[in-house]
Design a protein around this ligand. Structure first.
Ligand code: SF4
Ligand code: SF4
Length: 207
C-alpha cells in the first residue's frame, strides 16, 4: 500500500504524531509574549479619534440662549430621515423673552438613533453651528423609545454664566450682534478625555 493510501485510511506518520502538536503550541507560545491589544470595554474606555462622530449636541450662546433657529435644514439634509424639528416663533413668547436670538427657535427637536448612521451631513447643513457631534458613542439601550433623543437630551448643559432660556438677549440688542461672530463658543478648560467628560460634553465639538 502506498504512503498516501495509508494517510487516506487514517494512519498517522511519526511526524504528524510528534511534531504537529509542538508546532501548534508554538503559535500559542509566540503569542504569549506579544503586546496585548484586547480592550477591556466597558471597564476601560479608550479615547476616540478627535473627529469621531458620536452623539449630537445642540449648542448655546454664552448667555444660555439656544443657537438652533428651528430652520429644519438638518432634517432635510439627513439621508436617513432621523431628525424631526418643529420650529416656533420667539414673538409668541412674553415680551422680551426668547429661546434663541433669531426670529424662531426649535420648539421640538428629536433625533432617532435607531435610524441615524452618524454620517454628519446634518451638522454640515446647520447654518448657525447649533448642531455638532460629540465623541460620545454609547448609544445602546434596551428599548426603542429611549433611542429617540429629545431636545432636552441633546442640549448642551448650562455653563457658569449661562441662564436657562427663555430670557432676553444678554449679549446685544439684536440678533446680528450674535451672528457677526463676536461671541465664540464658551471656552472650557481642556479636560482629560475620560468617561466623565464624555457623559457631560460642555463644549461644541468638531464639524
Ligand atoms: S448624522 Fe447623518 S443620519 Fe444621523 S441625523 Fe445627521 S444626517 Fe441624519
Ligand atoms: S440644528 Fe441647525 S439646521 Fe437644525 S433646525 Fe436648528 S439651526 Fe436649523
Amino acid at each position: 500500500m502506498a504512503p498516501s493510501d495509508q494517510n487516506q485510511s487514517g494512519a498517522r506518520t511519526l511526524k504528524e504524531q510528534l511534531w504537529d502538536p509542538v508546532a501548534g503550541f508554538g503559535v500559542t507560545f509566540r503569542t504569549m509574549f506579544r503586546k496585548v491589544v484586547t480592550e477591556q470595554y466597558p471597564f476601560e474606555k479608550m479615547p476616540t479619534a478627535p473627529r469621531f462622530h458620536g452623539r449630537h449636541q445642540l449648542n448655546r450662546w454664552p448667555d444660555g440662549l439656544e443657537k438652533c433657529i428651528g430652520c429644519e435644514l438638518c432634517a432635510w439634509a439627513c439621508p436617513a430621515d432621523a431628525i424631526y424639528v418643529e420650529g416656533a416663533s420667539n414673538s409668541d413668547l412674553p415680551e422680551g423673552e426668547r429661546f434663541s436670538p433669531g426670529e424662531r427657535y426649535g420648539r421640538v427637536y428629536q433625533i432617532n438613533y435607531l435610524r441615524c448612521i452618524l454620517c454628519g451631513l446634518c451638522i454640515e447643513a446647520c447654518p448657525t453651528r447649533a448642531l455638532t457631534m460629540t465623541n460620545e458613542y454609547e448609544l445602546a439601550d434596551d428599548n426603542r423609545a429611549d433611542l429617540i433623543y429629545e431636545k432636552s437630551d441633546l442640549l448642551a448643559p448650562l455653563l457658569p454664566g449661562m441662564e436657562q432660556p427663555p430670557h432676553p438677549m444678554r449679549l446685544g440688542s439684536d440678533e446680528g450682534d450674535y451672528y457677526r461672530g463676536a461671541y465664540a463658543a464658551p471656552v472650557v478648560a481642556e479636560e482629560p478625555r475620560d468617561e466623565a467628560s464624555r457623559e457631560a460634553p460642555t463644549e461644541e465639538t468638531h464639524a
